[in-house]
Design a protein around this ligand. Structure first.
Ligand code: MRU
Length: 351
């Protein structure tokens, strides 16, 4: 397999990302050197996908500290406290972003007694967040590969692959594992209106890896599944509540309903960093509402009549009873999810 350009890289004193808004037409690398650039990249989805947001947000703290150039340790800490919300809450639904920002800031403050050690600790912890995510993706790939042994045709939604993580992806990691093992595989990727992460990003990265991928309009996926062309679904997650209810890209719940009707498994793949144990159910998950313009326009061209309204919720919540299993680096979790999720977090040593 070719070695693709990483979506996020730390280069000497700045972050370099692929601007995902331009894919697949253009592979443009963008340098992030300020907090404002980092927040802008997150909000316009130049960098996106829950685990990638965690890895990127962590590195953005180092960039923000360097930009501010504080004279004392207490000035630096005060600045990081501002960044905790500025960067950590730049998008609200993917818990990995705020989780990683909190983790990196808290560890750096706890372990540093001068400015230089604070910066070193921030960067080290940011690298640790990315390394752990890379390892989690590999394990999810291994476990998902075992589960999907019999499946030769797999459906997915949005993009939960290399572009969305610091590794081989969550939902797409088992597909890479299957391809590497030389197994037969056809992927149905739903296009994912309005920003087309499936059509643009999943199709791009799977094609780049030599995997057979068919892009399906969102509205055509249910009939594709009901006609027996798909053996199983696997999707990513942005936030998983304590009872297993899962927020993921808008449209995910319609795939889960189609899977239930067709009698095929519906798997969610996510690292345990995507679990928000503080939320008892999906009703408590904040759903990002994005600008209407993303619905009104396709590639900058207005498609709706002037004067009509549009709604643009970026995520929906799939109720836990529609989920066959949640594949994490700490094991394959099954119902009742309250117990299996709590046990998985205990295994990872999460506080
Ligand atoms: O709005 P996006 O593109 O950030 O949404 C991404 C998704 O919904 C992914 O499925 C999720 O973040 C998991 S990525 C491994």
């Amino acid at each position: 397999m070719k070695r693709p350009t990483p979506p996020i890289e730390w280069v000497q004193d700045h972050i370099r990302i692929i601007d995902q808004t331009l894919l697949p037409t253009e592979v443009q690398l963008v340098e992030i050197r300020t907090a404002a650039q980092a927040v802008d990249a997150i909000q316009r989805l130049a960098i996106r996908g829950a685990p990638a947001l965690g890895a990127f947000g962590s590195l953005a703290l180092v960039v923000a500290l360097d930009e501010a150039g504080p004279a004392t340790l207490s000035e630096a800490i005060a600045h990081l406290e501002e960044c905790r919300t500025l960067v950590g809450d730049a998008r609200p639904t993917a818990v990995n972003l705020r989780w990683a920002v909190d983790r990196v800031i808290d560890k750096a403050i706890r372990t540093s007694d001068d400015l230089a050690s604070l910066r070193t600790a921030l960067l080290d912890e940011a690298h640790a967040v990315a390394a752990e995510d890379e390892a989690a993706c590999s394990e999810i790939g291994r476990l998902g590969h075992e589960l999907l042994q019999e499946a030769t045709s797999i459906g997915t939604h949005c993009n939960a692959g290399r572009l969305a993580t610091a590794g081989t992806g969550t939902a797409l990691a088992p597909m890479y594992a299957k391809a590497q093992a030389g197994e037969q595989l056809r992927v149905f990727a739903s296009e994912t209106r309005p920003l087309l992460q499936g059509a643009r990003l999943t199709a791009w990265e799977l094609e780049d890896a030599g995997i057979d991928v068919t892009v399906v309009p969102d509205g055509a996926m249910a009939s594709t599944v009901l006609s027996g062309q798909v053996d199983a679904y696997i999707v990513g997650a942005d936030r998983i509540a304590a009872n297993g209810d899962t927020a993921n890209k808008i449209g995910t719940v319609s795939h889960a309903l189609a899977a239930r009707e067709a009698g095929i498994p519906f798997y969610v793949a996510a690292p345990t960093s995507t679990i928000d144990i503080n939320l008892p159910s999906g009703n408590h998950i904040e759903i990002e509402q994005r600008d209407e313009v993303e619905v009104h326009e396709i590639t900058g061209k207005r498609i709706t009549p002037q004067g009509v309204n549009a709604a643009n919720p970026a995520f929906d919540v799939t109720p836990h009873h529609l989920i066959t299993a949640i594949i994490t680096e700490a094991g394959v979790l099954r119902a009742p999810f309250e117990g299996s999720i709590a046990d998985a977090l205990t295994r990872t040593g999460a506080p």
